[in-house]
Design a protein around this ligand. Structure first.
Ligand code: ADP
Length: 325
Protein backbone atom coordinates (compact mmCIF):
# COMPACT_ATOMS: atom_id res chain seq x y z
CA UNK A 1 0.00 0.00 0.00
CA UNK A 2 1.08 3.57 -0.56
CA UNK A 3 -1.72 5.87 0.54
CA UNK A 4 -4.07 5.54 3.49
CA UNK A 5 -7.37 7.35 3.80
CA UNK A 6 -8.63 7.90 7.35
CA UNK A 7 -12.17 8.75 8.40
CA UNK A 8 -14.39 8.92 11.47
CA UNK A 9 -17.99 7.89 11.02
CA UNK A 10 -21.24 7.44 12.93
CA UNK A 11 -21.42 8.67 16.51
CA UNK A 12 -18.40 10.69 17.66
CA UNK A 13 -16.41 9.52 20.65
CA UNK A 14 -13.61 11.09 22.73
CA UNK A 15 -10.36 9.41 21.71
CA UNK A 16 -10.98 9.63 17.97
CA UNK A 17 -8.49 12.51 17.68
CA UNK A 18 -5.61 10.69 19.38
CA UNK A 19 -6.35 7.80 17.03
CA UNK A 20 -6.29 9.99 13.90
CA UNK A 21 -3.00 11.43 15.10
CA UNK A 22 -1.51 7.96 15.53
CA UNK A 23 -2.74 6.84 12.10
CA UNK A 24 -1.23 9.88 10.38
CA UNK A 25 2.13 9.74 12.13
CA UNK A 26 2.54 5.96 11.91
CA UNK A 27 1.75 6.06 8.19
CA UNK A 28 4.17 8.92 7.53
CA UNK A 29 6.87 7.20 9.57
CA UNK A 30 6.50 4.20 7.27
CA UNK A 31 6.77 6.29 4.12
CA UNK A 32 3.06 6.22 3.29
CA UNK A 33 0.89 9.18 2.36
CA UNK A 34 -2.27 9.98 4.30
CA UNK A 35 -5.52 11.55 3.19
CA UNK A 36 -8.01 12.87 5.75
CA UNK A 37 -11.59 12.23 4.67
CA UNK A 38 -14.13 14.66 6.12
CA UNK A 39 -17.48 13.60 7.59
CA UNK A 40 -17.08 9.86 7.25
CA UNK A 41 -18.29 8.19 4.08
CA UNK A 42 -19.87 11.48 3.00
CA UNK A 43 -16.37 12.88 2.35
CA UNK A 44 -15.59 9.98 0.04
CA UNK A 45 -18.79 10.49 -1.93
CA UNK A 46 -18.45 14.30 -2.05
CA UNK A 47 -14.68 14.15 -2.66
CA UNK A 48 -14.09 16.21 0.48
CA UNK A 49 -10.56 15.12 1.45
CA UNK A 50 -7.16 16.62 2.09
CA UNK A 51 -3.55 15.50 2.29
CA UNK A 52 -2.36 15.29 5.89
CA UNK A 53 1.14 15.84 7.26
CA UNK A 54 2.64 15.61 10.75
CA UNK A 55 1.46 19.11 11.59
CA UNK A 56 -2.15 18.42 10.55
CA UNK A 57 -2.50 16.50 13.79
CA UNK A 58 -0.59 18.78 16.17
CA UNK A 59 -2.27 19.60 19.48
CA UNK A 60 -5.31 17.40 19.03
CA UNK A 61 -4.63 14.73 21.69
CA UNK A 62 -6.63 16.71 24.22
CA UNK A 63 -9.61 17.48 21.99
CA UNK A 64 -12.94 15.69 22.21
CA UNK A 65 -14.98 15.16 19.04
CA UNK A 66 -13.10 14.57 15.79
CA UNK A 67 -11.11 17.02 13.66
CA UNK A 68 -12.23 15.07 10.58
CA UNK A 69 -15.90 15.54 11.55
CA UNK A 70 -18.35 12.73 11.33
CA UNK A 71 -21.71 12.17 9.70
CA UNK A 72 -24.37 9.64 9.05
CA UNK A 73 -24.33 9.11 5.32
CA UNK A 74 -27.28 7.28 3.82
CA UNK A 75 -26.10 7.43 0.15
CA UNK A 76 -23.18 5.15 1.10
CA UNK A 77 -25.72 2.38 1.60
CA UNK A 78 -26.58 2.48 -2.13
CA UNK A 79 -24.58 0.91 -4.98
CA UNK A 80 -24.30 4.28 -6.72
CA UNK A 81 -22.99 5.96 -3.57
CA UNK A 82 -20.40 3.25 -3.01
CA UNK A 83 -19.28 3.43 -6.65
CA UNK A 84 -18.83 7.17 -6.39
CA UNK A 85 -16.86 6.77 -3.15
CA UNK A 86 -14.67 4.15 -4.82
CA UNK A 87 -14.00 6.32 -7.88
CA UNK A 88 -13.00 9.30 -5.73
CA UNK A 89 -10.74 7.14 -3.56
CA UNK A 90 -9.05 5.63 -6.63
CA UNK A 91 -8.59 9.03 -8.25
CA UNK A 92 -6.71 10.12 -5.10
CA UNK A 93 -4.57 6.99 -5.14
CA UNK A 94 -6.03 5.68 -1.86
CA UNK A 95 -5.43 1.94 -1.54
CA UNK A 96 -6.26 1.45 2.13
CA UNK A 97 -8.76 2.91 4.59
CA UNK A 98 -8.77 3.21 8.36
CA UNK A 99 -12.38 3.64 9.48
CA UNK A 100 -12.98 4.72 13.05
CA UNK A 101 -16.54 4.17 14.20
CA UNK A 102 -19.12 1.72 15.43
CA UNK A 103 -21.08 -1.17 14.00
CA UNK A 104 -22.78 0.84 11.22
CA UNK A 105 -19.39 2.11 10.09
CA UNK A 106 -17.99 -1.42 10.05
CA UNK A 107 -20.99 -2.77 8.15
CA UNK A 108 -20.37 -0.14 5.48
CA UNK A 109 -16.62 -0.83 5.42
CA UNK A 110 -17.13 -4.55 5.01
CA UNK A 111 -19.63 -4.15 2.17
CA UNK A 112 -17.35 -1.64 0.46
CA UNK A 113 -14.28 -3.81 0.74
CA UNK A 114 -16.07 -6.93 -0.51
CA UNK A 115 -17.26 -4.97 -3.53
CA UNK A 116 -13.89 -3.32 -4.14
CA UNK A 117 -11.23 -5.60 -2.67
CA UNK A 118 -8.38 -3.51 -4.12
CA UNK A 119 -8.98 -1.06 -1.27
CA UNK A 120 -8.04 -2.65 2.06
CA UNK A 121 -10.03 -1.64 5.14
CA UNK A 122 -9.14 -1.72 8.81
CA UNK A 123 -11.66 -0.82 11.51
CA UNK A 124 -10.99 0.91 14.82
CA UNK A 125 -13.75 0.57 17.45
CA UNK A 126 -14.80 4.14 18.20
CA UNK A 127 -18.05 4.38 20.12
CA UNK A 128 -18.96 5.33 23.66
CA UNK A 129 -21.39 2.38 23.75
CA UNK A 130 -18.72 -0.32 24.23
CA UNK A 131 -20.81 -2.81 22.29
CA UNK A 132 -18.43 -4.41 19.82
CA UNK A 133 -17.07 -7.94 19.96
CA UNK A 134 -13.30 -8.20 19.73
CA UNK A 135 -12.38 -5.29 21.97
CA UNK A 136 -12.95 -5.24 25.71
CA UNK A 137 -13.08 -1.47 25.47
CA UNK A 138 -14.05 0.83 22.63
CA UNK A 139 -12.67 4.32 22.18
CA UNK A 140 -14.63 6.89 24.13
CA UNK A 141 -16.26 4.54 26.58
CA UNK A 142 -13.91 5.37 29.43
CA UNK A 143 -14.19 9.13 28.95
CA UNK A 144 -17.98 8.97 28.64
CA UNK A 145 -18.26 6.85 31.77
CA UNK A 146 -16.09 9.31 33.69
CA UNK A 147 -18.25 12.18 32.47
CA UNK A 148 -21.36 10.34 33.63
CA UNK A 149 -19.81 9.65 37.02
CA UNK A 150 -18.92 13.31 37.53
CA UNK A 151 -22.47 14.34 36.62
CA UNK A 152 -24.10 11.77 38.89
CA UNK A 153 -21.85 12.72 41.82
CA UNK A 154 -23.20 16.25 41.46
CA UNK A 155 -26.77 15.04 41.27
CA UNK A 156 -26.15 12.97 44.40
CA UNK A 157 -25.23 16.16 46.29
CA UNK A 158 -28.53 17.81 45.53
CA UNK A 159 -30.50 14.55 45.92
CA UNK A 160 -29.00 14.15 49.37
CA UNK A 161 -29.74 17.73 50.39
CA UNK A 162 -33.42 17.31 49.56
CA UNK A 163 -34.03 13.61 50.29
CA UNK A 164 -34.90 13.05 46.69
CA UNK A 165 -35.14 10.07 44.41
CA UNK A 166 -33.51 10.62 41.04
CA UNK A 167 -33.97 8.61 37.86
CA UNK A 168 -31.06 9.32 35.55
CA UNK A 169 -30.91 8.22 31.92
CA UNK A 170 -27.47 7.50 30.50
CA UNK A 171 -26.41 6.75 26.92
CA UNK A 172 -25.34 3.49 25.34
CA UNK A 173 -28.04 2.66 22.78
CA UNK A 174 -28.78 -1.06 23.26
CA UNK A 175 -25.80 -1.50 25.55
CA UNK A 176 -25.90 -1.09 29.33
CA UNK A 177 -22.11 -0.83 29.62
CA UNK A 178 -21.99 2.84 30.66
CA UNK A 179 -24.98 2.40 32.99
CA UNK A 180 -23.42 -0.59 34.72
CA UNK A 181 -20.02 0.98 35.36
CA UNK A 182 -21.41 4.38 36.29
CA UNK A 183 -23.92 2.71 38.60
CA UNK A 184 -21.26 0.78 40.46
CA UNK A 185 -18.94 3.79 40.59
CA UNK A 186 -21.62 6.10 41.99
CA UNK A 187 -23.29 3.62 44.32
CA UNK A 188 -26.61 3.78 42.50
CA UNK A 189 -29.44 2.12 44.41
CA UNK A 190 -30.56 0.41 41.20
CA UNK A 191 -29.34 0.07 37.62
CA UNK A 192 -31.76 -0.76 34.84
CA UNK A 193 -30.02 -2.44 31.92
CA UNK A 194 -31.31 -3.56 28.54
CA UNK A 195 -29.39 -6.81 29.00
CA UNK A 196 -31.25 -7.77 32.15
CA UNK A 197 -34.91 -7.85 33.02
CA UNK A 198 -35.86 -5.75 36.04
CA UNK A 199 -39.13 -6.32 37.82
CA UNK A 200 -40.57 -2.89 38.61
CA UNK A 201 -42.27 -4.38 41.69
CA UNK A 202 -38.90 -5.42 43.07
CA UNK A 203 -37.46 -2.01 42.29
CA UNK A 204 -40.28 -0.33 44.18
CA UNK A 205 -39.90 -2.71 47.13
CA UNK A 206 -36.15 -2.02 47.29
CA UNK A 207 -36.62 1.72 47.12
CA UNK A 208 -39.26 1.60 49.87
CA UNK A 209 -36.93 -0.45 52.01
CA UNK A 210 -34.12 2.05 51.45
CA UNK A 211 -36.47 4.83 52.47
CA UNK A 212 -37.41 2.98 55.66
CA UNK A 213 -33.73 2.42 56.38
CA UNK A 214 -33.32 6.17 56.26
CA UNK A 215 -31.39 6.46 53.05
CA UNK A 216 -31.27 10.18 52.48
CA UNK A 217 -31.17 9.97 48.70
CA UNK A 218 -31.58 7.40 45.99
CA UNK A 219 -30.20 7.24 42.50
CA UNK A 220 -31.63 4.90 39.89
CA UNK A 221 -29.68 4.73 36.65
CA UNK A 222 -31.70 3.82 33.59
CA UNK A 223 -29.85 2.84 30.44
CA UNK A 224 -31.10 4.52 27.28
CA UNK A 225 -32.04 1.12 25.83
CA UNK A 226 -34.11 0.16 28.88
CA UNK A 227 -37.11 -2.00 28.05
CA UNK A 228 -39.29 -1.07 31.04
CA UNK A 229 -40.73 2.07 29.47
CA UNK A 230 -37.65 4.28 29.58
CA UNK A 231 -36.65 6.70 32.30
CA UNK A 232 -39.97 8.58 32.33
CA UNK A 233 -42.01 5.38 32.22
CA UNK A 234 -40.15 3.85 35.15
CA UNK A 235 -40.25 7.06 37.19
CA UNK A 236 -44.01 7.31 36.62
CA UNK A 237 -44.62 3.70 37.62
CA UNK A 238 -42.65 4.21 40.83
CA UNK A 239 -44.30 7.56 41.63
CA UNK A 240 -47.72 5.93 41.42
CA UNK A 241 -46.73 3.44 44.10
CA UNK A 242 -44.79 5.70 46.42
CA UNK A 243 -46.61 8.97 46.62
CA UNK A 244 -44.49 10.43 49.43
CA UNK A 245 -41.27 10.43 47.37
CA UNK A 246 -40.01 13.54 45.70
CA UNK A 247 -39.00 12.11 42.33
CA UNK A 248 -36.91 13.86 39.68
CA UNK A 249 -35.83 12.72 36.23
CA UNK A 250 -32.57 13.77 34.58
CA UNK A 251 -31.47 12.85 31.08
CA UNK A 252 -27.76 13.45 30.77
CA UNK A 253 -27.88 13.55 26.97
CA UNK A 254 -25.11 14.65 24.66
CA UNK A 255 -22.78 16.06 27.27
CA UNK A 256 -21.77 12.39 27.64
CA UNK A 257 -20.08 12.48 24.24
CA UNK A 258 -17.92 15.53 24.76
CA UNK A 259 -14.86 16.53 26.70
CA UNK A 260 -11.17 15.86 26.63
CA UNK A 261 -10.36 12.17 26.23
CA UNK A 262 -9.22 10.43 29.41
CA UNK A 263 -5.70 9.07 29.76
CA UNK A 264 -7.09 5.63 28.96
CA UNK A 265 -8.75 6.77 25.73
CA UNK A 266 -5.67 8.73 24.61
CA UNK A 267 -3.50 5.65 25.03
CA UNK A 268 -6.10 3.32 23.53
CA UNK A 269 -6.63 5.63 20.53
CA UNK A 270 -2.89 5.85 19.98
CA UNK A 271 -2.40 2.09 20.27
CA UNK A 272 -5.28 1.24 17.96
CA UNK A 273 -4.29 3.82 15.33
CA UNK A 274 -0.70 2.58 15.39
CA UNK A 275 -1.84 -1.04 15.15
CA UNK A 276 -4.33 -0.35 12.35
CA UNK A 277 -1.66 1.13 10.09
CA UNK A 278 0.82 -1.63 10.87
CA UNK A 279 -1.83 -4.24 10.09
CA UNK A 280 -2.57 -2.63 6.72
CA UNK A 281 1.16 -2.56 5.93
CA UNK A 282 1.28 -6.27 6.81
CA UNK A 283 -1.38 -6.90 4.16
CA UNK A 284 -4.42 -7.32 6.40
CA UNK A 285 -7.92 -6.20 5.44
CA UNK A 286 -11.55 -6.48 6.57
CA UNK A 287 -10.48 -6.66 10.20
CA UNK A 288 -10.86 -4.60 13.34
CA UNK A 289 -8.04 -3.89 15.77
CA UNK A 290 -9.08 -4.15 19.40
CA UNK A 291 -7.87 -4.48 22.96
CA UNK A 292 -8.10 -7.90 24.57
CA UNK A 293 -6.42 -8.71 27.89
CA UNK A 294 -4.25 -5.62 27.36
CA UNK A 295 -3.00 -6.88 24.00
CA UNK A 296 -3.87 -5.45 20.62
CA UNK A 297 -5.49 -8.20 18.59
CA UNK A 298 -7.39 -8.37 15.32
CA UNK A 299 -10.91 -9.64 14.77
CA UNK A 300 -12.70 -10.18 11.44
CA UNK A 301 -15.06 -7.27 10.88
CA UNK A 302 -17.87 -9.73 10.43
CA UNK A 303 -17.26 -11.23 13.89
CA UNK A 304 -16.91 -7.78 15.48
CA UNK A 305 -20.44 -7.00 14.29
CA UNK A 306 -21.88 -10.00 16.08
CA UNK A 307 -23.86 -8.01 18.63
CA UNK A 308 -25.58 -10.89 20.35
CA UNK A 309 -22.17 -12.28 21.26
CA UNK A 310 -21.40 -9.17 23.27
CA UNK A 311 -21.92 -9.63 27.00
CA UNK A 312 -21.57 -7.48 30.08
CA UNK A 313 -19.16 -8.85 32.68
CA UNK A 314 -20.92 -11.40 34.84
CA UNK A 315 -19.02 -10.45 38.01
CA UNK A 316 -20.02 -6.80 37.66
CA UNK A 317 -23.66 -7.82 37.27
CA UNK A 318 -23.52 -9.94 40.40
CA UNK A 319 -21.71 -7.27 42.33
CA UNK A 320 -24.07 -4.44 41.44
CA UNK A 321 -26.97 -5.85 43.44
CA UNK A 322 -24.92 -6.85 46.45
CA UNK A 323 -23.08 -3.57 46.80
CA UNK A 324 -26.11 -1.35 46.34
CA UNK A 325 -28.00 -2.61 49.40
P1 ADP B 1 -22.00 3.83 14.04
O1 ADP B 1 -20.84 3.54 13.16
O2 ADP B 1 -21.63 4.69 15.20
O3 ADP B 1 -22.75 2.58 14.42
P2 ADP B 1 -24.12 4.46 12.08
O4 ADP B 1 -24.93 3.25 12.38
O5 ADP B 1 -24.82 5.74 11.87
O6 ADP B 1 -23.03 4.74 13.21
O7 ADP B 1 -23.25 4.15 10.77
C1 ADP B 1 -22.36 5.10 10.26
C2 ADP B 1 -22.39 5.13 8.78
O8 ADP B 1 -21.96 3.86 8.24
C3 ADP B 1 -23.76 5.34 8.16
O9 ADP B 1 -24.17 6.69 8.16
C4 ADP B 1 -23.52 4.85 6.73
O10 ADP B 1 -22.83 5.80 5.98
C5 ADP B 1 -22.60 3.65 6.99
N1 ADP B 1 -23.38 2.41 7.01
C6 ADP B 1 -24.13 1.90 8.01
N2 ADP B 1 -24.75 0.77 7.65
C7 ADP B 1 -24.39 0.54 6.37
C8 ADP B 1 -24.71 -0.47 5.40
N3 ADP B 1 -25.54 -1.49 5.67
N4 ADP B 1 -24.14 -0.35 4.19
C9 ADP B 1 -23.32 0.66 3.87
N5 ADP B 1 -23.00 1.64 4.73
C10 ADP B 1 -23.51 1.59 5.95
Amino acid sequence: ISKIGVLTSGGDAPGMNPCIRAVVRTALYNGLEVVGIRQGYKGLIDNDMYEMDRRSVSNILNLGGTILKTARCLPFKTDEGMEQAYQHAKARGIDALVVIGGDGTFTGALRFSRKYPDIAVMGVPGTIDNDLCGSTYTLGFDTATNTVIQAIDKIRDTADAHDRLFFIEVMGRDSGAIALRAGISCGAEAILLPERATAIDDLIANLKEGHMNKKSSSIVIVAEGDKNGGVYGVAKAVQEEVKNYDIKVTILGHLQRGGAPSSFDRILGSRLGFAAVNALIAGESQKMVGLQANHILMTDLEAALNHHEFKLEEDLLQMMDILSI
